[in-house]
Design a protein around this ligand. Structure first.
Ligand code: FMN
Length: 355
């Protein structure tokens, strides 16, 4: 089987020499690069297996899916899975959400004792009703006093480990307050700030407002990581040129193309536009992902059912994407995916597979 190799064959990228630009960055165990690329935290997507794939393709910093402070206290199986990571993923942050400063500080302490991440990240951007109903995530953008008390408490509890934060630009279009929020966060001792250029009201619709991200980067001395609608290497280069962001965070684009990190790095370093991997290699990456997922879950059927949405994302930029999606949404086994791959490669005339 050509795609049983454990590592993607896609060429590896060598990092530029370390030249830390911000003093705060030195305190954070980033990979001393001038422009780190983050894999955005995405619940249900950026689990251990996917983070490792992105890491292999050049993501510099990864963050866990968000975990509630209460989840940490319960320490159930779910929470264990959220917090599980391997040394290869470092530097890694554990993302926490919650609105109770005492609980959040205690949760941070427990996480540090338990799994020793490289930093704690505070989620002030989640738009989901269930979270904002309890005053968590982006709800704190409307309650700056609470946001400040949570941040101060966690910074104190986590010290000397750095604490970072991720925000949206405001609650809605009438209350865009990312600049004032970022000043509060800086004042409270946050070491770096990721800004998703949408309001909570936008959800994932409309466009990320990079003007506001640029204003935030101008207004504070912390490294600001720009996030929102970065779908290509050129997108990142353009936003980097237009703003004084210190790094970029990639979310949805990585779901369908985890190799994007390599492409961004090549483009930023040499202006070279790397083509995406061949169809054959893409299928190899996909099947490898399935194998790793099944190994992690220890049971093929539920692991593959959970993989279906991930397979949809991978198929997005492939030929015959619609027909592929229809097939992939019914897979229950790795061999089902292999079968789809063989047929797809044969139809799309890869010589080794054409009849
Ligand atoms: C499925 C999904 C889950 C997400 N889960 C989280 C999360 O747990 N924590 C968080 O801070 N942001 C979360 N986000 C937001 C992303 O981190 C990111 O800010 C957003 O997708 C915009 O970046 P993009 O345009 O590169 O996708 C999630 C986004 C998606 C699509």
């Amino acid at each position: 089987m050509i795609w049983n190799a454990s590592k993607p064959k896609y060429s590896s990228y060598s990092s530029p020499p370390p030249q830390p630009k911000y003093s705060a960055v030195k305190k954070i165990p980033f990979t001393s690069q001038t422009f780190p690329l983050y894999l955005a935290p995405m619940a249900g997507v950026t689990d251990k297996v996917f983070r490792q794939i992105c890491k292999r393709f050049g993501a510099d910093v990864v963050v866990t899916e968000f975990v509630s402070a209460e989840g940490i206290f319960r320490r159930n199986q779910r929470t264990r899975e959220y917090l599980d990571f391997s040394a290869a993923e470092r530097p890694l942050g554990v993302q926490l959400f919650g609105a109770n400063a005492t609980h959040m500080a205690e949760a941070a302490r427990q996480v540090i004792d338990w799994v020793a991440p490289d930093f704690i990240d505070l989620n002030f951007g989640c738009p989901v009703n269930k979270v904002v109903a309890k005053n968590g995530g982006s709800a704190l953008l409307k309650d700056c006093a609470c946001l400040a008390s949570v941040t101060r408490a966690v910074v104190r509890a986590a010290a000397p480990l750095p604490v970072t934060a991720k925000i949206r630009i405001g609650w809605d279009a009438t209350s865009i307050n990312a600049v004032s929020v970022s000043k509060i966060l800086q004042e409270c001792g946050v070491a770096a700030l990721a800004v998703h250029g949408r309001t909570r009201g936008q959800g994932y619709s409309g466009e990320a407002d990079w003007h506001v991200i640029g204003e935030v980067a101008q207004s504070i001395s912390l490294p600001v990581i720009g996030n929102g609608d970065l779908f290509s290497a050129q997108d990142v280069a353009r936003r980097r040129a237009e703003t004084s962001i210190a790094g970029a965070m990639i979310g949805r684009a990585a779901m369908s193309a985890p190799w994007i990190f390599q492409q961004i790095k090549a483009y930023l370093t040499s202006g070279e536009l790397l083509p995406g991997p061949s169809l054959e290699i893409r299928w190899q990456i996909i099947v490898d992902h399935c194998i790793a997922q099944v190994e992690t879950w220890g049971a093929e059927d539920p692991a593959m059912r959970a993989m279906r949405s991930r397979l949809m994302a991978y198929s997005r930029n492939m030929p015959e994407a619609k027909a592929l999606r229809e097939k992939l949404q019914h897979v229950c086994a790795i061999d089902d995916v292999r079968r789809v791959a063989y047929e797809h490669l044969a139809r799309n005339s890869v010589p080794a597979f054409a009849a």
